[in-house]
Design a protein around this ligand. Sequence first.
Ligand code: 13P
Length: 257
Amino acid sequence: MRIPLIAGNWKMNCTLAEARELAAAAVAAAKGFTDRQVLLAPPFTALTEVAKVLDGSGILLAGQTVSWAEQGAFTGEIAPFMLKDAGATAVIIGHSERRQDGVIGEPDNRVNPRLRAALQAGLMPILCVGESLATREKGWDETEGWLKKQMDEGFAQLSLDEARRLVVAYEPVWAIGTGKTATKEQAQEVHAYLRALLAAMYDKSLASGVRIVYGGSVKPSNIDELMSQPDIDGALVGGAALDRKQFTRIIQFQAAN
Ligand code: 13P
């Protein structure tokens, strides 16, 4: 049984006042729903303020990345213990905006060390994978190959017990912030492929337990159909998570099955 996860990634947005307001709206929206989990990933500066608003609500708090190192001389990085100290229990790792050349341009080989550091500290990592438009246009074989490489790199050296604690986010780069959502069929096809990969990398029981969430222009108008797909276990929402009304509707999705 995989509990659906609706996550809001606020990226580099929000003053403290805006963060408090958005968090309070999410608390109100999630109230009474026991069949789903909600998570907010504010910028680092707002973590402690958001933690106060979320206190007792059951909504999870996450960082948007985390350092691979325990602590020390790493200017600009945030250590796993700092995230926990600020109230976070989860962290997004390997988001395409961090990986992409010309955006942040972080090398792919940073992803796994960050992920292992998060696990070591007891944080729940959300590992992002996804292909670019150029890769998608080269066809399904290329797309599969790209995703397999990112999954192999991400899960490198993880034991079965560690791998169980991850959430995977499929975020096709061409659908992020573009208004172009993958169709429910396109997303389901990739999610089923990612689950099959996990079964081959570990075993069927692990693959059927790991949550695979979709991200890329998720909106009130497409959340219900996405959540009705058998292998889509939630959403990682960017733009629409910054709008109270839209995120409320997304939290309150209604799946057809
Ligand atoms: P948008 O919902 O704005 O497309 O962003 C998706 C995303 O990157 C979430 O991490």
